[in-house]
Design a protein around this ligand. Structure first.
Ligand code: UGA
Length: 439
């Protein structure tokens, strides 16, 4: 099979590379010449564990290509994925101009039957717009070429994207013809060896599935954050409550970890978009509005604890921050709770020294010189009045507490991810605050 993947951002690059990994001939397309030049040199625009090696292996084998030439890539293609960005417009709704421009480009150059698949997260109804765009591009050149559109949302988690792609829980494909179903079945066959299903459905349902999945996950998180805050007030321990409820298979153990609110490029955007789609169609997603509200509040919880501990006057305090990215194993700073927390600390008159194993260069784009970037986690602690654990990178989990204690001016830790044991921390002489447990 021969496929094209348009857009070499996070989704496109992982998708294209993983298809190449199972032997499919893949061309990844981008309009950004610099990005393509870099990819030819093995320089990736994003950090994702294992991806760099996989890209270079497949380029060497001659089955993964990078190009700016859409027309060439689309020639003789079986499937073309559209994986370009859908930036939120001013009103929060997804801007489809890049998606539709790619659809037009495909229509202008395709030469045989092809399934054109939306892979970017797009609002319900987008595949229909893609179809119209393709039809008009084909009509403009008087071409009578059959095609199908399909919707194939992705469920990759940053930091675990390759594994998620190669061993998916499920693959959801929205189609409107038996022919498209056959092509997509053939394409995904190598990924279904673990027995997990490919679920075919109508196109609007596939588009909706993506939003419903992310919104449900965001709901679990906000619900647990709400429960955690109440636990703290009532003297309950949210870690115990989490284990108590998670053992019920209907609830499950995953995605019920309280913290400092969800971030990233997906949950905040998708929750907002679904609320908006509903509103535009006369329906009020009450639960999701609350999910969003709780999440906004949760980003302030750690700062509020700092403020309360120091009696409301933070001027002149030196605060160490461990972790900047919105979650571990990524350099992604989009909607990272760290940004809100740091902004509040600075506004209150603190100085902030942060350390993140990967995200510091990325963080510098938004934080600039307003904070100091430490060379390692211990360097950040020198003379600190408090440490805030913001992202639960593995290297922060079992640090040398003795060394930490010596470096810090005051032995106070605010743990936004509940990675330490309150009793042990107390024993070692730390004042320890975390989420959902009164300490
Ligand atoms: C999320 C979904 O998990 C993927 O399935 C989906 O494909 C992706 O969005 C997308 O739409 O592209 P991702 O944004 O990479 O993936 O990150 P997650 O691992 O889901 O974490 C999201 C946020 O929730 C993080 O800020 C994390 O710290 C927070 N979280 C997660 C919690 O606070 N508690 C939890 O128990 C789990």
């Amino acid at each position: 099979m021969k496929i094209a993947v348009v857009g070499t951002g996070y989704v496109g690059l992982v998708t294209g590379t993983c298809f190449a990994e199972v032997g499919i001939d893949v061309t990844c397309i981008d309009i950004d010449q610099k990005k393509i030049d870099n990819l030819h040199k093995g320089i990736l625009p994003i950090y994702e564990p294992g991806l760099e090696e996989m890209v270079s292996r497949n380029v060497e084998k001659g089955r993964l290509h990078f190009s700016t030439n859409l027309a060439e890539a689309i020639t003789d293609c079986d499937v073309a994925f559209i994986a370009v960005g859908t930036p939120p417009g001013e009103d929060g709704s997804a801007d489809l101009k890049y998606v539709l421009a790619v659809a037009r480009g495909i229509g202008e150059s395709m030469n045989n039957y092809c399934v054109i698949v939306t892979k970017s997260t797009v609002p319900v109804g987008t595949a229909a717009k893609v179809r119209t765009e393709l039809e008009s591009a084909l009509a403009a050149r008087g071409a009578n070429i059959e095609f199908d559109v399909a919707s194939n949302p992705e469920f990759l988690k940053e930091g675990a994207a390759i594994d998620d792609f190669l061993k998916p829980d499920r693959i959801v494909v929205g189609i409107s013809s038996a022919r498209a179903e056959e092509v997509m079945s053939r394409l995904y066959k190598p990924f279904l060896l673990n027995g997990h299903p490919i679920i075919f459905m109508d196109i609007p349902s596939a588009e909706m599935t993506k939003y419903a999945a992310n919104s449900m996950l965001a709901t679990k998180i906000s619900f647990m954050n709400d429960v955690a805050n109440l636990c703290e007030i009532m003297g309950a321990d949210v870690n115990m409550v989490r284990r108590g409820i998670g053992s019920d298979a209907r609830i499950g153990t995953k995605f019920i970890y309280p913290g400092i609110g969800y971030g990233g490029s997906c949950f905040p955007k998708d929750v907002k978009a679904l609320i908006k789609t509903a509103q535009e169609n006369g329906y009020d997603m009450q639960v999701l509005r609350a999910v969003e509200g709780v999440n906004e509040n949760q980003k302030s919880v750690l700062f509020n604890k700092v403020n309360a501990h120091f009696g409301g006057d933070l001027r002149g305090l030196k605060i160490a921050v461990w972790g900047l990215s919105f979650k571990p194993k990524t350099d992604d700073m989009r909607e990272a709770p760290s940004l809100v927390i740091i902004e509040k600390l600075l506004a209150a008159g603190c100085t902030v020294t942060a350390y993140d194993p990967v995200a510091m260069p990325e963080a510098q784009h938004s934080l600039g010189d307003s904070i100091t970037y430490a060379k390692d986690e211990f360097d950040a602690l020198l003379d600190a009045d408090a440490l805030l654990v913001v992202t639960e990178w593995p290297e922060f989990r079992v640090p040398n507490f003795k060394v930490m204690s010596r470096l810090m001016k005051q032995q106070v830790i605010f743990d936004g991810r509940n990675i330490y044991e309150p009793a042990e921390m107390k024993e070692m002489g730390f004042v320890y605050h975390c989420i959902g447990i009164k300490t």
